[in-house]
Each structure stands twice: as structure tokens, then as C-alpha cells.
Design a protein around this ligand. Sequence first.
Ligand SMILES: [Zn+2]
Length: 141
Amino acid sequence: MKPYPWKCATCRTQAVEPATIPAYVADLEHDGRKYQVVVENLDVLQCRHCGAIVLDDDASDRLSDSLRAAAGLLSPEQIRRHREGLGLTQKQLASLLRISESTLSRWETGGQIQQRCMDAFLRVVFESVEARSILGTALAG
Ligand SMILES: [Zn+2]
């Protein structure tokens, strides 16, 4: 990796360096709703000259985590743990939910955040034997 400081994409000055933002505030949108999230001690890259902030993958992940929490959605780990607790493969659960395996995989790795309706559907499928039975029977038939 190139040594710091990097060139700023905003002001073109060679002044971009690692920085920690004590309370990073972001207005984010998910599934048609707006959420304001605050992330404490966020490690970012920032231009000393103009203040422009660049988020790396870790910083973006932390923002996604905060957004999930603000929206009250299951985390990637929770989805994976519930699925494994039921002894289901990704392919089996995806089939029950009528979604593609790649979509479920992205939910479990955090690459994508599930819509609110799918979050509710996940909870029903995880908690209810009857729901899983209905969905599984319909598949078999
Ligand atoms: Zn700059």
C-alpha cells in the first residue's frame, strides 16, 4: 500500500491520512426509511486540508452494523446462528424463504441488509416449527 499522506479526491492536496472520528454521524437510508446513526471512535481516512472523509471497508461495516441496530434488524451472525441451530444449510433455508442462496449468503456475510419484511419473515421461520412445516410442505408438493 502507498505510504500516507494520499492525494485527496476532493481538493487534490496530498493530505489524506488515517484519523479517528470520536462521534461519526451519518444519515442513512434502508428499505425506504431514513435513520441517523452515530458511530463512536470510527477509524477513517481524512484529508487534513479540506476535511473530506473516506470510509474503508471496516468503517463501512461498522456503519452497516449501526444501521442494522437502528432499524432493529437481525445481524449477519444472528441469521447464521439461527440457521445453524435449526440444522439447515444455506441452500435449505434459502429454499424455505423462496430466495436465492446468494442473497442469503450476502445477508450472512453482511454484504447486504435484508428488507424489513424479509427480516420479519426470517424471525417467523426461525421461531415457528409450523411455519417451517408449511413452507417445506408447499415445496415438496
Ligand atoms: Zn482534501
